[in-house]
Design a protein around this ligand. Structure first.
Ligand SMILES: [Zn+2]
Ligand SMILES: [Zn+2]
Length: 189
């Protein structure tokens, strides 16, 4: 089956490590989102993605959209929902996709070891718009672009810390691990 996959899905599988329904769901969401917003893969931060889960799907989102954790244009909201919102900064357009039950008919009666393959086939055999509730311009304001912040030393452990992540502890500005640790220990974890 792997050899029949579209090239862009193969790239997602290579990055993710295996082929699974989750990565295919992310693939479908990214394809639909980019198509509807007429967006290209982001080299910088022109396209953003807000994901409301941390499942296999998000790896396909990162590969296809170029919205990545490191670049700061992938935003994780820990809601446990298969919801993906895409937006383009140039025109402020956005698209919210919420996955509907996407199980092929009769899947539950199939032997367990065939279900995943069947679901993947099913997801790839239809237009992705069939699997999502779509809401246009769902975002009234976009998350602010990533900014480069100065780093300054933690006054407890001495390690450099992004200035916006320092915490005040008494007279000192300390890093988050130092703030949490027993004052005697003073070893960041
Ligand atoms: Zn997976
Ligand atoms: Zn520290």
């Amino acid at each position: 089956m792997q050899s029949e996959l579209p090239d862009d899905l193969k790239r997602c599988v290579e990055f993710h490590g295996h082929l699974c329904p989750g990565v295919v769901i992310g693939y479908c969401a990214a394809k639909l989102g980019m198509r509807e917003l007429s967006a290209r893969r982001a080299g910088d931060e022109e396209l953003i993605a807000i994901v409301e889960n941390d499942t296999c799907a998000v790896d396909a989102i990162q590969v296809l959209t170029g919205c990545t954790f490191g670049k700061g244009n992938l935003f994780f909201r820990d809601h446990g929902k298969m919801v993906f919102t895409f937006a383009t900064r140039a025109n402020g357009r956005s698209l919210r996709l919420c996955l509907r039950p996407a199980r092929p008919p009769g899947m539950d009666e199939m032997p367990e070891d065939q279900r995943r393959g069947r679901q993947i086939e099913y997801l790839l055999s239809r237009d992705p718009s069939e699997f999502f509730d779509v809401r246009r311009d769902a975002l009234t304001c976009l998350p602010s672009p990533a900014r480069i912040r100065d780093s300054i030393p933690c006054e407890s452990c001495g390690e450099m810390v992004m200035s916006t992540r320092l915490r005040e502890r008494g007279q000192e500005n300390v890093c988050i691990p130092c703030d949490k640790n027993d004052q005697k220990e003073r070893v960041p974890v």
